[in-house]
Design a protein around this ligand. Structure first.
Ligand code: HEC
Length: 469
């Protein structure tokens, strides 16, 4: 299931930087640039010696000419600031990497697009960005990048909204259209603080032994005991789950469990950890966090946290899916941030919404299922801060609504590879007698009836909501 993403990224790279002689360079593979006749590469098409667009052969502009929007135009030498596309009036770029683009990319792209990051190539320096400029324009104008799944008209704006404003998209597009000019390094913005990371890591817990997923089933659910060994109660205010082998870790849920019970469970089964379908297989007040592809570090809303007692430890439930064929030993880890000692945040809970009553008919499209979840306390209002919707790969759309149809989150184009917890700046109050509604839509191209299930081939209509009283 990870292949489509890899392929699209390879295709995009090819499109952007190097059609190479192995790939035909044409209007399809090089839509925004031109094809270098000697190398067969797709060039930006904005340099005077490699000018062109729509995958046409690059041309060299004559003396006194410059390349403007992919066409050679007279350079009247004015150097003026205003762009003009008609009449052959040449202009100098007005949008520059350091002054205009870097302030956007360093907070909206570089956290993923850096060495060791999840983005496939770094976008931190001009030298790295320039060859990717055409692809950057396509990625931001099509809103593929930065990846941000929630519809902006429902429930948001969420904390950590990664999407770009139209003005930011226009700036990047203009910079590319004008030839991706560097400008003066003196105009560079100050380096931002860490983006998308925990501001502080108080505990890092790694599976004590590596585990090789089962050779007899492709969906292997295994729980591993990781122990924060707290001498006194603490509140978890953030986490960063780090799957070891991302090609086989389908999801991770970190449950709070009783340490003694978990040790017994662990000892009673051979090999690292124990088998645990559905949940941890132990009584649990709930999870402290979850990871699915696309989830980064999660920081809980200020003043809230999930309490961990000294007699408690964590069971890291990992769903391994090995349909890709590899069975590599995995050693996943979880990093925690605690509230400073002596502070008492408001206790929060991750409440599961299990929409398991659906049956998706074979060869169907737009099959939709809804379920209402009454306020679990039935007696007190709850404040909903966070929402983490989850489906498998046939999911098309998932929506959570509050009473009176209040829209809490809507993922109009579900993408299994981009899953997150979305936090509201202000909580949404569900009254004691109120409920929330989870709605899922799928396409089922298979000839099987598909129901709720733990296997990747089954589906889910699920969400965690992060709430306090
Ligand atoms: C949350 C992480 C993340 C952020 C933020 C992000 N990217 Fe990406 N980017 C990726 C990943 C992962 C891929 C690989 C393709 C995929 O998974 O969709 C990618 C692929 C790309 C590609 C290859 C073409 C494509 O569309 O797949 C371009 C170009 C790109 N990103 C540009 C950007 C720019 C420009 C920004 C900022 C405005 C940005 N990205 C922000 C993670 C990110």
């Amino acid at each position: 299931m990870f292949f489509p993403r890899t392929l699209s990224f390879v295709a995009a790279l090819v499109l952007a930087a190097s059609c190479g002689t192995k790939f035909p360079c044409d209007a399809k593979s090089c839509p925004t640039g031109c094809c270098n006749p000697s190398s067969g590469r797709c060039e930006l098409g904005s340099a005077a010696d490699q000018c062109g667009a729509n995958g046409a052969s690059c041309t060299t502009c004559g003396a006194g000419q410059m390349c403007l929007s992919g066409a050679c135009a007279a350079n009247n030498g004015s150097g003026g600031g205003s762009a003009s596309t008609g009449g052959g009036t040449a202009v100098m770029p007005t949008t520059f990497w350091y002054k205009d683009v870097l302030p956007i990319t360093q907070v909206r792209c570089a956290n993923c697009h850096q060495a060791g990051g999840i983005g496939p190539f770094p976008l931190q320096t001009y030298a790295q960005a320039k060859p990717m400029a055409a692809a950057m324009k396509v990625a931001v104008t099509s809103k593929r990048m930065p990846p941000w799944m929630p519809d902006t008209s429902c429930g948001g704006p969420f904390v950590d909204d990664r999407s770009l404003t139209q003005a930011q998209i226009d700036t990047i597009a203009k910079w590319v259209d004008e030839g991706a000019a560097e400008g003066n390094p003196a105009g560079a913005p100050a380096a931002p603080g860490p983006v998308g990371q925990l501001p502080r890591v108080d505990a890092t817990m790694t599976m004590t032994e590596a585990y090789t997923p089962s050779s007899t089933r492709t969906d292997d659910y295994r729980c591993f005991l990781v122990d924060p060994a707290l001498p006194a109660a603490r509140f978890v205010t953030g986490y960063d789950i780090q799957p070891g082998v991302t090609a086989e870790v389908h999801h991770v849920i970190v449950y709070i469990v009783d340490r003694a019970a978990a040790r017994t469970k662990d000892m009673n089964e051979a090999g690292p950890g124990w088998t645990c379908f559905g949940d941890s297989g132990l009584t649990s007040p709930g999870p402290i966090g979850a990871w699915a592809p696309g989830t980064g570090a999660v920081i809980y809303p200020t003043g809230t946290g999930i309490q961990l007692q000294p007699n408690q430890a964590l069971a890291m439930q990992i769903h391994y899916n090995t349909t890709s064929g590899t069975r590599t030993p995995d050693q996943s880890a979880v990093k925690l941030m605690y509230a400073p000692q002596g502070t008492t945040p408001t206790s929060a809970y991750l409440i599961p919404l299990v929409g398991d009553g659906f049956m998706i008919p074979p060869n169907s499209t737009d099959y939709t299922y809804s379920k209402d979840f009454p306020n679990p306390t039935r007696a007190l209002a709850i404040k909903v801060y966070g929402l983490m919707p989850h489906m498998h790969t046939l999911g098309k759309r998932i929506t959570i609504k509050g009473p009176s149809d209040a829209c809490l989150v809507d993922i109009p184009k579900w993408d299994f590879h981009w899953q997150s917890q979305y936090f509201r700046p202000q909580p949404f109050t569900v009254p004691a007698t109120g409920s929330v509604t989870l709605t899922c839509t799928w396409d089922n191209p298979t000839s099987r009836m598909i129901r709720w299930g733990e296997s990747t081939q089954d589906e889910m209509c699920f969400a965690y909501i992060y709430a306090t009283l």
